[in-house]
Write a protein that binds this ligand. Structure first.
Ligand SMILES: [Zn+2]
Ligand SMILES: [Zn+2]
Length: 241
């Protein structure tokens, strides 16, 4: 059984429909032990606004007191460019319990940003190497606990990222809405011994805890139970190196 869902969006993400209270109620109803509320950060088209973080985290602290379900103060940060910059400032990172690093196509407006993204969307080998290096730089310089849906729009060397994650006790996501790794990539990534977290990436109440896609991958590729950090156990973020 999945003990915690670590990728859930509340109405602070403009593309999601569930309030934070509804997220907790749903987690209780589904017998979960932990839930991370991980809204899109500042740079995303549907992301939170500057100044909203403290209000969000105050609400989450209150929800955390309401029941036995541990509610984590999360964020889904955006990789912004090939320099490895992210949109979650360093001075705010300590406020979060859990940070996802993801790449999205729904980025903030602006010609310069568009150019930076167009560069990342190419699929030639040089672009893949630069995108991979950008992810690694972002992990080196920031508090990242999980890498979200890799290979989505920006292609990377999945194995290199998985190896870095394994060495630094960062989790790799098996996302409940999109798997962008080929069978071959998945097999190689599993072979690195990286630990996965399977999530829903829910934007609606009904989808909270819906990790069928991750479980199907687990079954198809024979991923052993120890390698899924939130299956019949909870991940340990204190081991991040
Ligand atoms: Zn995402
Ligand atoms: Zn998401």
């Amino acid at each position: 059984m999945i003990f915690g869902d670590y990728h859930v969006h509340s109405t602070y993400s403009k593309d999601a429909k569930t309030t934070m209270q509804e997220i907790l109620d749903e987690a209780i109803a589904k017998n979960m032990r932990a839930i991370a509320i991980t809204d899109h950060c500042y740079y995303h088209m549907y992301g939170i606004k500057k100044g909203q973080l403290s209000e969000m985290y105050k609400t989450i602290d209150k929800l955390d007191q309401q029941s036995n379900v541990h509610v984590l103060k999360g964020i889904e940060a955006n990789l912004m460019n090939q320099k490895g910059e992210i949109d979650f400032p360093k001075n705010e990172q300590d406020k979060a319990d859990f940070v996802i690093l993801s790449y999205h196509k729904s980025f903030g407006k602006g010609f310069g940003k568009m150019l930076a993204h167009n560069k990342m969307k190419k699929t030639d080998e040089k672009t893949i190497a630069l995108n991979t290096a950008a992810y690694i730089k972002a992990m080196e310089n920031n508090k990242i606990n999980m890498v979200g849906h890799i290979n989505y729009v920006a292609k990377v060397n999945c194995v290199e990222i998985a190896q870095y994650c394994k060495e630094h006790n960062i989790y790799l996501e098996l996302n409940g809405r999109k798997n962008c790794m080929s069978d071959e990539e998945l097999r190689a990534v599993i072979g690195t011994g990286v630990q996965f977290i399977i999530t829903s990436d829910a934007h609606t109440k009904e989808r909270i805890g819906d990790v069928r896609m991750g479980l199907t991958i687990m079954e198809k590729f024979d991923i052993p139970e120890w390698q899924i950090a939130n299956l019949n156990k909870l991940p340990d973020f204190s081991k991040r190196k």
